[in-house]
Design a protein around this ligand. Structure first.
Ligand SMILES: O=C(O)CCC(=O)C(=O)O
Length: 267
């Protein structure tokens, strides 16, 4: 991975794109070799998840949300401590961001369009106003994302306006949902309030999309977490420990919850 490919102006313009459009894409950012190893290690986790709780289908038919264990190859600081991503994150949600989520969204053959939604409610619903960003998703696929295998669709510029107004603009055609195709290695930085939906995967190959969540320093999201094995704590960098500071430390990753805790996801 090349870690210094962008100058400060370019970093600033990625952040500005997120402020304007709700997301930006860093092309060819992560090493495909790392992501291939993630994909190989993810396949049995997806199968296990489907066997254990596949009938819940809370993301829609043939679509699964699977939390990744904080263990190799997923607990990789080359990914979650990527300097340039963290610089953009800081410009958007401030210093001392918290990493709160390491998971995947995967539509399979037979999946459908989701209802258009946001991933977070407004901070102050009683005002009817949206705020600057407070919750970001770093999304990167473990396969190429094409028009055939279920690209996420996002309506640009809908993240910092009230949902009712964003839906009105969508329904009137002022804004539209657009598919975001991605190559293996591309990384999307997304304000989770942009209106979006998952679309059907028409192929028989799963389309895993990783989501790493970074929040403002004061935001605690009880619906997601990363279990950090105690033995791993000492191996983390100081920055890594700081990023992960709100997460529970566990003795073993074997005692995972019976079902995925992040069930309520659409706002
Ligand atoms: O995986 C995708 O393409 C989008 C999924 C999504 O938006 C969700 O499940 O909240």
């Amino acid at each position: 991975m090349i870690t210094t490919r962008y100058n400060p102006q370019q970093i600033q313009s990625f952040a500005q794109a997120v402020l304007n459009d709700g997301y930006c894409v860093l092309p060819n950012h992560f090493s495909p070799a790392i992501l291939k190893s993630w994909r190989e290690n993810f396949t049995p986790l997806l199968e296990d998840h489907i066997n254990r709780e596949g009938k819940l289908l809370n993301r829609g038919t043939a679509r699964y949300y699977v939390t990744l264990p904080f263990a190799a190859p997923f607990a990789d600081p080359k990914i979650y401590e990527d300097d340039e991503i963290l610089e953009i994150v800081e410009l958007l949600v401030g210093k001392d961001a918290v990493m709160c989520q390491l998971a995947t969204d995967t539509p399979l053959l037979g999946s459908d369009y989701q209802d258009t939604h946001r991933d977070a409610p407004p901070l102050f619903p009683e005002t009817g106003e949206e705020t600057p960003p407070f919750q970001l998703a770093i999304n990167f696929p473990l396969v190429d994302v094409t028009l055939e295998n279920g690209p996420i669709e996002i309506a640009k510029g809908t993240h910092m306006i009230p949902k009712a107004e964003a839906m009105r603009r969508l329904e009137s055609g002022e804004v539209k949902l657009e598919p975001v195709t991605m190559q293996l290695g591309d990384v999307m930085i997304r304000d989770v309030r942009g209106l979006h939906r998952g679309t059907p995967n028409h192929t028989d190959i799963p389309r895993p999309m990783v989501v790493i969540g970074y929040s403002r320093r004061w935001l605690y999201r009880p619906e997601v977490c990363i279990h950090i094995p105690r033995a791993t704590l000492d191996t983390l960098s100081e920055r890594g420990r700081h990023l992960l500071r709100f997460n529970p430390v566990v003795e073993s990753l074997d005692n995972k919850p019976e079902v995925e805790v992040y069930q309520s996801f659409a706002y």
